[in-house]
Design a binder for this molecule. Structure first.
Ligand SMILES: [Zn+2]
Length: 290
């Protein structure tokens, strides 16, 4: 994704990995191949790799620069976490793209996590002298308080996911006094707000950026693939509550369809950004081509 402009704010992407990833039949319990291929026929080729029968999935962080703040939304899988395959991505690409954006770790004012899964909070921390420390030394990290509490509880009960994710990526941030636990109605300022979209995780939130009448929304894992815009009931098998996840998609799509809101789904391949269109036969995702 090239840089996009939302009024006085700019948004750019830092990619950790991209390319063909999972087979949709393994990922969506409600998957129907015939229906899916009908939808693929009207989607751009880059969303699905027919040769390997795999969805094309990107892992990325969004950098939001407002006149007042530099913000990261979602921080990929990170480094030194010891994740087993397939989450043992090489880390250099993310670092290279972060550096190429002209940023240093100390330039980040806020980190938002749409939710606290393995691939959305990894760069929150780094391993320094055997201790997990916040990667961004001057940043405040915004976590939804019930999302944080749910993964704290799951970790203490030794339930997976996220296993070590909360312990490595979230708890050290709070211990360093850089975390801020917030509720649904949190607003950083006039530009940056949250929309609760629970289901994929206990308190998944979209992060909205609004300026001068324009609006964008980083939608995290509200959906993993454009198929889910056509078929909102195709919840991911990994969802915390698949019924609630589908309800959140329908509500969100209904609210943003045909409004001009730019949508930024973390896992959609480049150019990523698009708009939701309504219609008598359901919703569509229209990628904004560069
Ligand atoms: Zn994800």
């Amino acid at each position: 994704m090239k840089q996009i402009q939302i009024g006085d704010a700019t948004i750019t992407s830092i990619i950790e990995r991209d390319g063909p990833w999972r087979r949709p039949q393994d990922f969506f319990p409600n998957y129907d191949r015939e229906i899916a291929y009908r939808h693929f026929a009207e989607m751009p080729d880059f969303v699905f790799d027919k040769a390997s029968d795999r969805m094309v999935i990107t892992y990325q962080t969004f950098v939001v620069r407002t006149p007042h703040h530099t913000i990261l939304v979602d921080t990929c899988t990170g480094e030194d976490k010891g994740h087993p395959p397939p989450f043992d991505f090489p880390k250099q690409r993310w670092l290279d793209e972060f550096n190429a954006s002209g940023l240093r770790f100390e330039d980040i004012d806020y980190v938002f996590c749409t939710h606290l899964h393995i691939d959305h909070c990894g760069w929150n921390t780094r391993l320094v002298n055997g201790r997990w420390v916040p990667t961004f030394p001057k940043a405040k990290y915004i976590f939804h308080k019930r999302e944080y509490a749910a993964w704290e509880q799951a970790t203490k009960e030794e339930k997976n996911p996220p296993g070590n994710v909360w312990r490595f990526n979230c708890e050290p941030v709070m211990q360093a006094d850089q975390g801020l636990l917030v509720d649904d109605d949190y607003a950083l300022d006039d530009l940056v707000t949250l929309t609760p979209t629970p289901g994929h995780s206990p308190c998944h939130c979209c992060v909205n950026i609004s300026s001068k009448g324009q609006r964008a929304s980083v939608v995290g894992d509200l959906m993993h693939h454009a198929l889910q815009v056509r078929e909102p009931d195709w919840s991911a098998g990994v969802d915390w509550d698949p019924v609630q996840s589908a309800q959140s998609r329908r509500r969100f799509f209904g609210a943003v369809a045909d409004t001009g809101t730019l949508i930024l789904p973390v896992h959609f391949p480049s150019p990523t950004v698009g708009q939701i269109e309504g219609g008598s036969d359901g919703f569509r995702y229209r990628f904004l081509m560069p």
